[in-house]
Ligand binder design. Structure first.
Ligand SMILES: Nc1nc2c(ncn2[C@@H]2O[C@H](COP(=O)(O)OP(=O)(O)OP(=O)(O)O)[C@@H](O)[C@H]2O)c(=O)[nH]1
Ligand SMILES: [Mg+2]
Length: 364
């Protein structure tokens, strides 16, 4: 699936090209601000990134480490020792892509050899039940549903019960994205959540919020509201293929501090890609920075002959530096002096300084 994230960012890259038509090896802070704004990174996050960047010329490595640090919480690890079936509850506003994403997930799990069942928990609309049933039939996966207007938590309970009786591995429950009022929706989601736990210990094992990527940063407040209602374990950002707002993924991830499980990159069942923060960041940077130019410039830098002894000491110092950076999870930003480096904690956009004293690297 490599390359799908890059492809899904094509509209965002087009938008970036309007403010940065020519690739370069460094950009000024103002240029970076324009680029990130055009990609729909929130203004607050851009300010934070630039405030903590001390260089005037921003290279690919510097921006890379800053952007990666905003995605520090995006990795997900599955809960261990889950008593099967694994129950997954899918929530989000109407039209976000819940039902489509459920079918994509179901197909993925089925292809992985898991026995899956769906629960048509969106009982608010008859069409929602039909839509999920259609997918279940297409994928040849069992589904539990009831009539429109029936209790959605009863559907959740019955789906889990059926999965237990049939020894199935994975339950995915759809929910309504809209009810008569926000209060009703909160109450209903809380009830479904609670009933899942009654039907099976520890359930739901994963509550996933589906975010419509075309909404950009305006999805943040809405996501926080859902998080307050039932607690979210991870998000899936859909419709990334149809938006120039790909940069909002940074602000969404930074504001929510939640794992990004997948991104939706199209309407077809295969169009769901595991979120890879490195691929995501590098796909954007490839559109901005000129790597060839950078390589050529490095090659053309004059090679100074060093005395043998100094080279050896320098190599040792360099090796120790690499070990220290790795052990402390630091990213090198700038060489302040040969024995003093400005570094960045890989997990936060915070910078600090380290120095080489008595044959060791340490924090200043
Ligand atoms: N381009 C694109 N379209 C998507 C993606 N995911 C979903 N869609 C489309 O978005 C629309 C809404 O998707 P649904 O899955 O019905 O959304 P929902 O959240 O279940 O909506 P409700 O049931 O009304 O709450 C459909 O037309 C989908 O085909 C995606 O990743 N890319
Ligand atoms: Mg739906």
């Amino acid at each position: 699936m490599f390359g799908f994230i890059k492809k899904s960012l094509s509209k965002t890259v087009e938008a970036i090209k309007t403010v940065a038509p020519k690739k370069k090896i460094t950009f000024t802070k103002d240029e970076i601000e324009d680029i990130l704004l055009e990609a729909d990174v929130s203004y607050e996050l851009i300010e934070l990134i630039l405030e903590q960047t001390y260089q005037d010329k921003i290279s690919r490595e510097i921006l890379r480490s800053k952007l990666l640090s905003t995605l520090a919480h995006t990795s997900y690890s599955e809960p261990e020792d889950v008593n099967l079936p694994f129950v997954e509850l899918i929530i989000g506003v109407n039209g976000a892509g819940k039902t489509t994403t459920i079918s994509k997930l179901a197909r993925k799990y089925k292809n992985d050899g898991k026995k899956v069942i769906l629960g048509a928990g969106d009982t608010f609309r008859a069409a929602a039940i039909e839509q999920l049933t259609l997918w279940a039939n297409k994928l040849d996966i069992p589904i539990v549903s009831s009539k429109q207007g029936h209790d959605s938590s009863a559907v959740a309970y019955d789906t889990i019960d059926s999965a237990k009786a049939k020894n199935l591995d994975h339950v995915i429950i759809d929910t309504a994205g809209r009810l008569h009022t926000q209060k009703n929706l909160a109450q209903e989601l809380k009830k479904i959540h609670r009933i899942c736990g009654k039907a099976h210990e520890g359930a739901p094992h994963r509550t996933v919020l589906i975010i419509d990527g075309t909404q950009g940063n305006s999805a943040i407040e809405q996501a926080k509201a859902f998080h307050d209602m039932v607690g979210i374990d991870g998000v899936i950002i859909t419709k990334l293929d149809g938006t120039a707002k790909g940069g909002s993924v940074f602000s969404i991830a930074y504001a929510l501090e939640l794992p990004i499980l997948y991104v939706g990159v199209g309407e077809q069942p295969d169009d769901l890609v595991k979120f890879d923060k490195y691929e995501f960041v590098d796909s954007l940077l490839d559109a901005i920075y000129d790597e060839e130019e950078q390589k050529t410039q490095k090659e053309q830098e004059p090679q100074v002959e060093e005395p043998q002894q100094e080279v050896q000491e320098d190599t040792k110092q360099q090796e120790l530096l690499e070990e220290f950076l790795k052990a402390e999870k630091l990213v090198l930003l700038k060489e302040l002096t040969p024995t003093k480096m400005q570094v960045n904690y890989a997990n936060t956009p915070v910078d600090t300084t380290i120095e080489f004293v008595n044959g060791k690297w340490r924090y200043c």
